[in-house]
Design a protein around this ligand. Sequence first.
Ligand SMILES: Cc1cc2nc3c(=O)[nH]c(=O)nc-3n(C[C@H](O)[C@H](O)[C@H](O)COP(=O)(O)OP(=O)(O)OC[C@H]3O[C@@H](n4cnc5c(N)ncnc54)[C@H](O)[C@@H]3O)c2cc1C
Length: 342
Amino acid sequence: MFPIDLGADPTIGGMVVTNTGGTRLLRYGDVRQNLLGIEAVLADGSVLDLMTALRKNNTGLDAKQLFVGTSGTFGVVTRALLRVVPRPAQRATALVGARDGATVLALLAHLERAVGDVLTAFEVISADALAPVFRYQPRLRSPFGAALPQFAVLVELSTTLPTERLPLDDLLESALGELVEGEPGEGISEIFPGKPAELWEIRHHVSESHRHEGEVLGLDISVPRSSLPALVDGARALVAEEYPFIRVCDFGHWGDGGVHLNLVWRAEDAPRPTAELKRELQPRIYELAVTRLRGSYSAEHGVGPHNQLFYDRYTPDVVKTLCRAVKAQLDPMGLLGTARLG
Ligand SMILES: Cc1cc2nc3c(=O)[nH]c(=O)nc-3n(C[C@H](O)[C@H](O)[C@H](O)COP(=O)(O)OP(=O)(O)OC[C@H]3O[C@@H](n4cnc5c(N)ncnc54)[C@H](O)[C@@H]3O)c2cc1C
């Protein structure tokens, strides 16, 4: 199995140049960690063949990494050698209701200790992000009923071992049970074990359901995991004070510090046009994430033209100078890529 799994169907080249993570990054890492070899065509038409499948190679610069996450600026990726892993024999999933961000982090820390690396996904959906799923997908049922918890956490364990060797459902139940009996358990409202396909279906409809609600400003942010509550609480405070007609519908891969901060509103409730509000809000949220919390304004989609302004603002000069030097060497006429990294 190629372990990078996401709710889209991108090309391998696109995944390399945006360094895709996916929903199981927590367990398997991103493209950077799963890329063994690469072939790229450079601006002058020459082919750079780095298609060795070595897992260890300490002979100087690892040049294939120049193409990872750099939005196609240094060359066109034409082939890749990717790590594959044995397909899991079983999965166990549960939806857990948590009253606040501190409880979610305590749950994550507990599971990492209690079940180790069979923890393969830890997805968090806020009540505001989850409610539209059940509004627009009537065939999906809320296990929580109408009163959604502040955060719903989708926990997934998986293993290549058969059930006789490791009963995964029992392991998940006992790990969650231990937590409920301890101190952080106070913040856990409900636990619903469920079939993986059914629980993932809820998760995969989140983004789409927000588009039915009205205007959406979608921001893909990451911060150190311990700062995730500060990020979502900070965004809510900012919006509540100055943009009361907007809802913060946040969800994402808390296991790897990533959040989709979807700001959602109805155009008729807004005092200003959508485009103007987007231009105003995006830098304010990025400032909170990048400057105050030392995070990233692009956890998923690379740089690209939409984030050029923020790349210019937040990237250290020495990094830009390095990129300029590499670009001058590989593509002196500036023919390739959609972002200017130098
Ligand atoms: C619904 C959805 C869910 C997603 N979920 C996640 C997630 O969970 N985690 C995550 O990390 N990301 C996620 N993403 C982002 C995803 O990783 C990227 O959108 C995707 O990998 C880009 O690949 P693509 O083939 O669609 O490229 P495109 O969108 O077509 O191109 C993206 C950029 O790459 C360049 N490019 C494309 N192919 C090549 C090539 N062969 N060589 C050089 N440059 C190239 C293009 O010029 C462009 O600048 C999600 C995206 C969507 C739409």
